[in-house]
Structure formats: C-alpha cells, structure tokens
Design a protein around this ligand. Structure first.
Ligand code: C5P
Length: 231
C-alpha cells in the first residue's frame, strides 16, 4: 500500500504545526524541504515528529562523502524516516550516506537518490557536461547506479516511475511528486499524473503539496487523494 506524504511547503514552524494538526490523523508523513528547514532548522523536524508523524527530510545532500555521512547521521539522530541525496555525488558519497543511515538499525532513515532534477532538459544537461544521453537515459542510468551503491530508493517523476520500477530490484522505494487528483489545479507542475496512475505504475510514496495545503478542507482533500490511491 503506497503512502501519502504531504509537502510542508510553508515558512514557519508555527504554520507547519498548524497545517499538520489541521490535516489530522489521515496523513502520517510530511516532507520538510529546503525552504522550511533553512528557516526553522531541526526544531521543525522535532515538532512534526512530536505530533507522531514520519518526516521526509528533503535537503538533497551533495558534498564530500564525510560531510554527507555526518549530515545523514544528524538526520538519523533527529529520527527522520526518509532523506535525499544527489546521485551525481558519486559512489563513495552514496555509500557513505547508506552506511551512516544503517547505523540506526531498525530506525535507519531510508536514503533516496535524486537522478536528474525535473527542471532540467537536454540542453541543461549539456551545459553541465552531460552529453550523449537524453534526460530519460540519464535518469535510468543514475537510478541504477544509485541503487547499486546503496540508495534505498529514488525520487522520480510519475512519468518515470513505470519504467524504473520494472527495471530495479523489488523493494526499491519510489517517491513521486507531481501528483494531481483528477481535475485539480496543476499549478507550475508540467508533467503530472493522478494518484491512481502513479500507484499503478509502481510509486510507493506520493508527495502532494498544494492540492492539500491550499484546500479549504484539507482533511477532505487528503481523504480524496488516499481514496484515489486505493483505486
Ligand atoms: O504543491 P506540489 O504538490 O506541487 O508540491 C510538490 C512538492 O514536491 C514540492 O515540495 C516540490 O518542491 C517537490 N518536488 C517536485 N518535483 C520534483 C522534486 C520535488 O514537485 N521533481
């Protein structure tokens, strides 16, 4: 059964706690990203954990292996459940993240790799020296590379999850943003899928922000998405 993660794209700890309480028991998993973490730091992670929720700390680490190892260890101490790294940080960096996470045993945060940012197209890849591969080929290659070197899963677009879930080992985690319930506002997302499609294609976790955060009735909005995920 896939899990719903609500992206806490707000600026203060107070707003975050208010949103989590308003959404209530239906959602047990929240993503804290760069905006909120940079503003509020580990206190906001602790506040969400104290409300009994799981936390996906989406800071996309990309640094030398020792620094990433130590940052993952800090995340493990905070009790976070999912963390992200950039797969282009290389083999040693991915392994360092996986090893640091493993120190937490049954409570180990799962390490997710980002392959190619969905904001980048072929020309952007060429700008940073990646030539001879389309974005889709680069995603597939980096996904395999990350998982082979210890990542537990991937953040990927709902358009990629179908092929990746077929080609990678069973048990790999696939977290997909860009999910919109049928008929919902798309906002700035360009390539979206419905919750039912994403789950059918192999997503294990869906990240949804605005369709729930900005809803007049966030409880009902989350319930509707959970119902679509179960279709
Ligand atoms: O509001 P919305 O549902 O579009 O939020 C999606 C969340 O997932 C945001 O926090 C966004 O930064 C994140 N995300 C994304 N696309 C990616 C990676 C992350 O939308 N490729």
């Amino acid at each position: 059964m896939a899990e719903l993660i609500v992206a806490l794209d707000v600026q203060t700890r107070e707003e975050a706690v208010t949103k989590v309480k308003a959404i209530g028991d239906g959602v047990g998993f929240y993503k804290i990203g760069l905006e909120l973490y940079t503003a509020e730091g580990p206190d906001v992670v602790k506040a969400v954990k104290d409300l009994g929720k799981k936390v996906f700390l989406d800071l996309k680490f990309h640094d030398i292996p020792r620094t990433v190892e130590r940052a993952v260890r800090s995340g493990g101490k905070l009790g976070v459940d999912l963390m992200t790294i950039h797969s282009v940080g290389g083999k040693a960096m991915i392994r360092a993240a996986a090893d640091a996470a493993a120190e937490f045993g049954a409570a180990a945060p799962k390490i997710l790799a980002v392959t190619v940012l969905t904001s980048m197209d072929g020309a952007d890849l060429a700008d940073v020296g990646i030539v001879g591969r389309t974005p889709a080929e680069q995603v597939a290659a980096m996904a395999k590379f990350a998982v082979e070197n210890g990542a537990n899963g991937l953040v990927c677009s709902p358009k990629e999850v179908g092929s990746l879930s077929k080609s990678l080992a069973a048990g790999t985690i696939f977290v997909t943003p860009g999910v919109r319930p049928a008929g919902a506002a798309v906002g700035d997302q360009k390539r979206v899928a419905t919750p039912a499609d994403a789950v059918r294609d192999g997503a294990t976790h869906l990240v949804v922000g605005r369709p729930i955060l900005a809803a007049d009735d966030p409880v009902a909005a989350a319930a509707a998405i959970l119902a679509e995920m179960a279709l």
